[in-house]
Design a protein around this ligand. Structure first.
Ligand code: NCD
Length: 366
């Protein structure tokens, strides 16, 4: 990376958030802390509307025109299946042509070009960059750099090292929203100020220390409050202090635990995660006994009847494939929800969410 005059990642969160905003709207999407409850709710509603509109040919055609004048670049410097494909599908939903770089070895970086210059170059050809990168602060640095350019374009973080994955967290909230609203028969318009998370118990299980999805989701859920969060992990992989401090500051009830079978019966949602052993220095986490951190079919007699089982995937042995056919398994729905949520987010960033809302209320609001 180039030498940087100021490190935005070291600034207080509020200033970091301000640097990512333009005209009171999100511009770059880097941190989960950028989303307040109103905005998350609004994005869930837009996602739900897009889902409904896209179902009919005429609706899909309408959506297809919305961003046909913009172009997106998917710059993925780390492996990805779902995030990449759902962003790609989201661009297609909105009619936005897109291109990708998935392997820096095919770019001029092999000729010694810096990553900064690569991003500067992309900013001249595209109107949006969606980025996955192993460096924790990299996307934020790049957003900051773009802010200093004559042509500034939005940048969305599709996963930044062990730190954050805000768009996964958005689709996770949307999934929980749909699960909890389903039982209440409240979808698009939950009563104003109703909090679907009130009184719910949500467990996060697995490698919580290095899993970025749980970190981002904890920030989003803290905007709602009213729920109880259980962090179920072996000591070595337990959630980091910064997240716990954030939950304490926001008075979110939470507990650290180390035995899934013991608490699974109390849960309204269980969010499973895999061991993130790619971050090991020397295979050390492979020695940890993870048997109490797996969800298996033979535990299903303990589950509540409307439990929601989530997993950002990919999975290893921690989530039994025998549960896939259980209606409480929501991890495939989660993927599809991601496509709608990412469509909603891109529409919001380009300020065309109002067009979708208008369309929805003219054609579908019976
Ligand atoms: C997650 C990620 O990349 O952080 N996957 C995803 O985006 N769906 C989870 C993981 O890799 O374990």
């Amino acid at each position: 990376m180039d030498i940087r005059p100021e490190d935005p990642t070291q600034l207080p969160t509020q200033r970091r958030v301000r640097l990512l905003t333009q005209n009171d709207r999100l511009f770059h999407v880097i941190l989960a802390q950028q989303f307040d409850r109103d905005l998350i709710d609004q994005l869930c509603r837009i996602a739900e509307m897009i889902r409904i509109i896209a179902d009919a040919r005429a609706g899909a055609k309408f959506l297809n025109t919305i961003l046909s004048h913009k172009r997106a670049m998917l710059y993925f410097a780390q492996p990805s299946t779902r995030t990449f494909l759902s962003f790609s599908a989201a661009c297609q939903v909105l009619g936005m042509p897109h291109n990708d770089v998935r392997d820096a070895r095919t770019s001029s970086e092999v000729k010694g070009e810096t990553e900064d210059d690569t991003i500067r170059t992309l900013s001249q050809y595209f109107d949006l960059i969606i980025m996955r990168h192993p460096g924790e602060g990299f996307a934020e640095h790049m957003a900051h750099m773009l802010n200093g350019m004559r042509r500034n374009i939005p940048l969305i973080n599709g996963g930044s090292g062990k730190d954050q994955h805000p768009t996964q967290a958005l689709l996770d909230v949307y999934t929980l929203y749909r699960c909890f609203a389903e039982s209440l028969v409240k979808r698009i318009r939950p009563e104003p100020d109703s909090n679907l998370f009130e009184g719910k118990t949500i467990a996060f299980v697995g490698d919580l220390k290095r899993g970025r999805t749980v970190r981002s989701l904890a920030y989003l859920l803290a905007r709602y409050g009213g729920m109880r969060l259980l962090f179920v992990a072996p000591d070595e992989l337990q959630i980091s202090g910064d997240i716990l401090e954030h939950l304490e500051r926001n008075e979110i009830e939470h507990e650290l635990m180390d035995d899934l079978p013991k608490i699974v019966g109390d849960c309204d949602a269980v969010y499973m995660t895999r061991l993130q052993d790619e971050h090991d220095a020397d295979g050390e986490s492979k020695k940890i006994d993870l048997s109490r951190f797996a969800l298996t079919k033979d535990m299903s007699h303990l589950f509540k009847p409307d439990l929601a089982i989530l997993h950002p995937l990919p999975r290893r042995g921690e989530l039994d494939t025998a549960l896939d056919s259980d209606p409480r398994a929501k991890y495939f729905d989660q993927m599809r929800n991601g496509m709608w949520m990412r469509s909603a987010l891109i529409a919001y960033i380009f300020g065309v969410d109002a067009v979708i809302l208008d369309h929805y209320y003219s054609y579908y609001n019976f």
